[in-house]
Design a protein around this ligand. Structure first.
Ligand code: HEC
Length: 132
């Protein structure tokens, strides 16, 4: 009886692990870098420093402290005045048309590049849950 229960438990754990397992961070960062270079680097530049007064920086950007706001701006676009590291930007970024998994990858990439670091792994599910 006991061993039957053990096998049952292991099976359940295994199934739930497969159902809920996340894309590993290393894989997400590699995909995120590719997406960044294709869709973001033309404005925010490969080193994430942007162009002062025109394209705000992502490297060491205090805007990224609010993860919800970060995801929302990439998912839906961003318009109007914002302050990034004490400098005002009053422009428009249109949505780049990425799907939720691609957004999670690019957010993991920008949160962990150019000296940025984040403990939180952004999953596709988190991106899906972010509303405008
Ligand atoms: C055509 C130029 C352009 C492209 C391409 C672009 N952005 Fe932006 N981005 C902007 C501008 C301009 C703003 C500021 C908008 C405002 O003033 O409200 C901005 C703001 C941001 C912000 C918030 C401010 C900050 O610097 O922290 C984030 C985060 C961001 N962009 C990430 C991305 C990511 C990720 C991509 C690629 C998927 C991307 N952007 C592609 C121009 C661009």
């Amino acid at each position: 009886m006991k061993s039957f229960l053990m096998i049952y438990l292991v099976l359940c754990l295994n199934i739930s692990y497969n159902l809920f397992s996340k894309k590993p961070i290393q894989e997400s960062l590699i995909d995120g870098q590719e997406i960044y270079n294709d869709f973001c680097a033309q404005c925010h530049l490969e080193d994430g420093k942007g162009v002062e007064g025109i394209y705000p920086p992502l490297a060491k950007s205090d805007f990224l402290n609010d993860i919800n706001q970060t995801i929302s701006s990439i998912k839906y676009g961003l318009k109007g005045p914002i302050i990034v590291n004490g400098k005002e930007y009053n422009s428009i970024m249109v949505s780049q048309g990425l799907d939720d998994e691609e957004i999670s990858d690019v957010v993991n990439y920008i949160l962990n590049s150019w000296g940025n670091s984040s403990k939180e792994l952004i999953t596709e599910e988190i991106v899906t849950s972010v509303k405008k």
